[in-house]
Design a protein around this ligand. Structure first.
Ligand SMILES: Nc1nc2c(c(=O)[nH]1)N[C@H]1C(S)=C(S)[C@@H](COP(=O)(O)O)O[C@H]1N2
Ligand SMILES: [Mo]
Length: 410
């Protein structure tokens, strides 16, 4: 007789004694909770960009019914996006070992023959393909975006957003089918009789419990080397895995994380020179051009706000000082109830040179066109001569090197 156990399609090929219902179920239940939280925080992050406000913020084509839930992102508490996105990214990185272990634990199923036994079985396999493919896709695109700094120019959001819906739909179907079994397996410590169990297990080198501790240890390590990027203070140094958590922005009042530098954005000294730079504000009553000196004649206000990036890093609150957006709206004919605003930067290229803010963000008295931070002029890299800072919003809406504000319904 031929030795079929040398083929991965044979159950005997898979010899790890760790595989079994209990092991798979414990990992599955962890993912059930973790991935649900990631889905929710992910949708929330998408909403925070004001994607239904303007094409400038989001060009996801035909988001249609998938965007049914979009809402006006609130301006408080000021740490809102810092929290939701820190949670999304940190949890995602922490779950990687759990995801990999879970996939490893069920890999024999992938090869099981016949590939399709019945229509129902065929449908189940397609849903598993979407589940595994979708999961790997979401984790990979997420990690690449965080680690490689926007490798998908302009296209990360649509990819990650569509992928999330496909993945989560398959995830829900899978959970509905498997949760009862998983709960039973965990409660009764089921091992035997499972298709996952190797029919000819090799000698164990680690117990199932030990293997779970290893996975958990891996997760803990990733967590400990990531979470510092959102905690700030002395913890920032522990964020070994976060590219922006460790970059040294120098000391002093402007000594906090820098996303894109002025050099990267192509901002020249001549662009921002007092003689050349004008703030162009347009609204109901026309256009006003302000020199820096004129801008400084307007009432200046302060607010303590963090910067929180989609990449998961954030700063502690910084003390910003500048002109309220709602006061600038009032200059061009919007007294009392300011409308939306389109903000444009001196930066000529790149997806983040423009952003649209919602009326509720303009109306909030803490939303500033900031000229100072922590008592000093903005540094070139933080947006000199003027930048937007809005409470609770994603960093990408805090446009740097602002040149133009256009108020009105977008
Ligand atoms: N003009 C312009 N503004 C910008 C960006 C940019 O690339 N260009 N990046 C945005 C993003 S994604 C973030 S997270 C914040 C970071 O601000 P910081 O570098 O001052 O920390 O700036 C935002 N403002
Ligand atoms: Mo960002």
């Amino acid at each position: 007789m031929r030795d079929h156990s040398r083929l991965p399609t044979s159950p005997g090929f898979w010899r790890s004694p760790l595989r079994g219902s209990w092991f798979t179920s414990v990992l599955g239940l962890v993912l059930l909770v973790g991935i649900t939280v990631m889905f929710v925080t992910g949708l929330v992050s998408y909403a925070a960009y004001n994607p239904d406000l303007s094409r400038v913020n989001d060009t996801t084509p035909d988001k249609g019914i998938l965007g049914f839930y979009l809402f006006a992102w609130p301006t408080g508490p000021v740490w809102l996006y810092r929290f939701t996105q820190g949670l999304h990214v940190t949890l995602g990185i922490t779950l990687i070992p759990v995801l990999l272990a879970k996939l490893w634990s069920v890999v024999p199923k992938l090869f099981a023959l016949p590939p399709v036994r019945s229509v129902t079985h065929g449908l189940e396999r397609i849903s598993l393909l979407l589940l595994v493919g979708g999961g790997l896709f979401e984790f990979t695109t997420g990690v690449l975006n965080v680690q490689l700094d926007y490798v998908f120019p302009g296209s990360f959001y649509p990819l990650h957003f569509y992928g999330a819906w496909v993945f989560f739909a398959a995830f829900v179907a899978h959970a509905v089918l498997k949760v009862p079994t998983a709960l039973r397996a965990v409660r009764h410590r089921l091992r035997e009789g499972s298709y996952l169990e190797s029919p000819r297990p090799a000698a164990p080198t680690v117990s199932r419990r030990g293997a779970l501790w290893l996975v958990g240890g891996g997760s803990l390590l990733l967590f400990a080397t990531t979470v510092g990027q959102t905690l700030g203070g002395p913890f920032r140094r522990t964020a070994l895995l976060a590219p922006h958590g460790t970059a040294d922005p120098g000391g002093g009042p402007n000594g906090f994380q820098i996303n894109k530098t002025a050099a990267y954005a192509g901002i020249t000294a001549a662009d921002v020179h007092e003689d050349n730079w004008r703030l162009v504000v347009t609204g109901r009553t026309g256009t006003v051009r302000l020199t820096r000196a004129q801008l400084l004649q307007l009432p200046l206000h302060s607010s303590s706000l963090p910067i929180a990036c989609v990449e998961g890093w954030s700063t502690a609150d910084q003390w910003w000082r500048g002109v309220r957006l709602r006061d600038l709206a009032a200059l061009v004919g919007y007294e009392g109830d300011p409308p939306d605003v389109l903000v444009e930067s001196l930066q000529r290229h790149g997806a983040f040179r423009r952003a649209a803010l919602r009326a509720n963000q303009v109306a909030d008295g803490r939303s500033l066109l900031a000229l100072y931070v922590n008592g000093e002029e903005l540094s070139p890299d933080h947006g000199h001569p003027a930048r937007i800072i809005v409470p609770a919003a994603p960093g990408v809406l805090n446009t740097k090197w602002v040149a133009r504000l256009t108020f009105g319904d977008l």
